[in-house]
Design a protein around this ligand. Structure first.
Ligand SMILES: [Ca+2]
Length: 215
C-alpha cells in the first residue's frame, strides 16, 4: 500500500483539483485511483463541451470577444434611453423602453461602431434586433470590419435581411481582420437601433488572449 500512497501523493503534486480538495486519501487502491482518473477525464470532456456551447456563434476555435471593454460610438444622439453603449451591455433584451438598446436620430446612413482596442480576426457578428416595434428599420444594415474609425472605409461582411420582432442575425466575416466592427444603414433615411452586438473571433497577437487586453 506504500506504493499506492506515493501514487496519490504524486498525483496531488500534479495539481489535480480532486486531490487538492481532499477527496482522495492514502487508503485508496490503485484500482480506485484509476476509476477516479477516468471520472475526472469524463468531467473534463463535459466541461469542454459546455464551453463550446457558450461560444456557439461559430467554429470551435473562435471566442466571444469582450466588446463590453471596447469603445462604442454612433452617428447621433437620440436619448439616454438609446445610449450607444446599450449594444454592448451584455443584455439582449429587445424592448427599447427597458433601456438595453441603442437609438440614433432619423438621419441618412446612420451607423454604430465599436473599437475593440486591438486587431482581431473576426469570424462572425451576431446582431439582436428590437422586439417591441420597428424591426424592419434594421433591414439592409451592413456589418463591416475595418482598421480605421471611418465606417465608410470598412469592408462589408454581409447584410441583415428578413427581419422580424426580436430577430437575431449572424453575419459571417470569414476571419476578416480589423480593430473596428460597424453596423451601417447605407443611403437610408432611417433610425438605427441595436439591442445587442456580439463579436466572435480570435486575437491576432497571441499575447492578447481572450479577456486579457489591457484596457
Ligand atoms: Ca443590450
Amino acid at each position: 500500500m506504500k506504493s499506492d500512497r506515493r501514487q496519490v501523493h504524486d498525483w496531488n503534486i500534479a495539481g489535480d483539483p480532486l486531490g487538492q480538495s481532499g477527496l482522495l486519501s492514502s487508503k485508496f487502491s490503485l484500482q480506485q485511483i484509476a476509476l477516479v482518473n477516468e471520472l475526472t477525464e469524463v468531467m473534463a470532456k463535459t466541461v469542454a463541451k459546455t464551453v463550446k456551447v457558450v461560444a456557439s456563434g461559430g467554429s470551435d476555435n473562435e471566442t466571444l470577444i469582450l466588446v463590453r471593454r471596447g469603445i462604442a460610438e454612433q452617428s447621433s444622439f437620440y436619448s439616454n434611453l438609446g445610449d450607444v453603449s446599450h449594444a454592448i451591455d451584455g443584455r439582449r433584451n429587445g424592448n427599447f423602453g427597458d433601456g438595453r438598446c441603442t437609438h440614433t436620430v432619423l438621419e441618412t446612413s446612420p451607423w454604430w461602431r465599436v473599437n475593440l482596442r486591438a486587431t482581431y480576426a473576426i469570424s462572425s457578428v451576431v446582431v439582436y434586433n428590437r422586439q417591441d416595434c420597428c424591426d424592419d428599420r434594421l433591414n439592409g444594415a451592413e456589418i463591416r470590419v475595418g482598421d480605421s474609425p471611418d465606417v465608410s472605409e470598412h469592408v462589408k461582411c454581409g447584410t441583415i435581411e428578413e427581419t422580424y420582432p426580436g430577430s437575431v442575425h449572424t453575419i459571417c466575416c470569414h476571419g476578416r481582420r480589423g480593430q473596428y466592427v460597424s453596423v451601417v444603414l447605407p443611403n437610408q433615411l432611417q433610425y438605427l437601433t441595436l439591442c445587442e452586438v456580439e463579436v466572435y473571433g480570435e486575437a491576432i497577437d497571441q499575447s492578447m488572449e481572450y479577456g486579457s487586453a489591457d484596457i
